[in-house]
Design a protein around this ligand. Structure first.
Ligand SMILES: O=C(O)c1ccccc1N[C@@H]1O[C@H](COP(=O)(O)O)[C@@H](O)[C@H]1O
Length: 213
């Protein structure tokens, strides 16, 4: 079974190359000032231009307005927009229509009640990102290196393709795949040596663990 991996929060060309060489299907760039992974539009454009054909370039934004998204899509060659804030289903549909790019909506999961959101957004988004809900008061709505209870999404069927995210590491990814049946995975902290600093060895270790799973 082929599992597609998104390595998110890339800031350096050598880390983009390491992700692509290790077999990542997607690379992600973060546009959120509070994040240690935040990149400028110009930096992201330079990184994106070097991404090999066949690897999808994803822009992660949080409650972004049209003015920012207009500038983003005009500056950076992109394959997908990831909405990782409190965007409503109507806003997801609006962004999709306005930019003509596939949209992936992140949904935070902490308890059973959160799982219903997946069906709601599955009707309007091209992909879903099923992530751990950020703790109350956290500075970041994602990218906190925290997992949720994988039993909550155990082999469920949803109307749109989905990725599992939240605290994935080379050590726990086999168990995450086994428990959820996920065919796509997204991670950031688990392949970093410090917040915002990707480690090519950890990227390779993660991809090897996925291939072995
Ligand atoms: O990574 C960030 O800094 C970030 C900031 C704001 C929203 C989302 C963010 N990251 C996303 O969260 C997943 C899971 O992260 P982690 O593996 O638990 O660290 C990450 O892949 C991004 O899609």
């Amino acid at each position: 079974m082929d599992i597609r991996v998104k390595i998110c929060g890339l800031k350096e060309p050598e880390h983009v190359a390491a992700a692509a060489e290790a077999g990542a299907a997607y690379v992600g760039f973060v546009f959120f000032e509070k994040s240690p992974r935040n990149v400028s539009l110009e930096r992201a454009r330079d990184l994106a231009l070097d991404v090999p054909v066949g690897v999808a370039k994803v822009a992660l934004t949080v409650n972004a307005d049209d003015a920012f998204l207009d500038e983003l899509v005009d500056t950076v060659p992109l394959d997908m927009l990831q909405l990782h804030g409190k965007e409503s289903p109507e806003r997801v549909a609006e962004v999709r229509a306005r930019y003509g790019l596939p949209v992936m909506k992140a949904i935070g999961i902490a308890e059973e009640a959160d799982v219903a959101q997946i069906d709601l957004y599955g009707a309007v988004a091209d992909q879903l990102l099923v992530d751990a809900k950020a703790p109350k008061g956290a500075a970041l709505p994602g990218g906190n290196g925290l997992s949720f209870d994988w039993r909550l999404v155990n082999r469920k069927y949803w109307p749109a393709p989905w990725m599992l995210a939240g605290g994935l590491t080379p050590d726990n990814v086999a168990e995450a795949i086994r428990m959820t049946g996920a065919r796509q995975l997204d991670l950031s902290s688990g392949v970093e040596s410090a917040p915002g600093v990707k480690d090519p060895k950890l990227i390779r270790a993660f991809m090897d663990a996925v291939k072995a799973a």
